[in-house]
Design a protein around this ligand. Sequence first.
Ligand code: ADP
Length: 164
Amino acid sequence: MNRKFVRAIFPGSFDPLTNGHLDVINRGVKLFDELIVAVGRSPIKNPLFTPEERVEMIAELIADMPSVSVESFEGLTVEYAAKKKANVILRGLRSLTDVQYEFQLAMTNRAVAGIETIFVMTSEQYGFTTSTLIREVAALGGDVSNLIPKNIYNRLQQKLADSR
Ligand code: ADP
């Protein structure tokens, strides 16, 4: 049977990437021929890491995943997807609260560009993990080492030390 080659992009802010994001990447690897982790360059509220730093940290994590790559992008996700000739947008779902927003986003992307979004549910243990909370908890001295990969934890500690 002829099977279609599927290239997916996984867009997000990843400031920083969490174990939840990594879980989504690991699930995506099983589903798609190629997966591009796409770090949005658009300004977000109180960014901690620059897009370059985020790409660098993610590159370290995916070094042993041959079908996965990472880069940053500017502007509309659907335009970036078209440029990369991606057939699918991958997004993660943590809880029902994510569904409403993600539903709107997916419908809009399908309406404007005809691209499909595929959702994967995260592992239960990461259902509460958000980059925003990690930034806030870490800044206040909380231990987030169980929620993010080790290389990102080290960079985060360094970043917080530099800003003190
Ligand atoms: P954005 O600002 O585009 O939402 P994020 O980096 O916060 O960027 O998230 C990118 C994607 O990863 C989104 O689909 C989001 O729902 C998903 N995601 C974020 N955190 C988790 C998690 N803990 N488990 C599973 N998916 C997650």
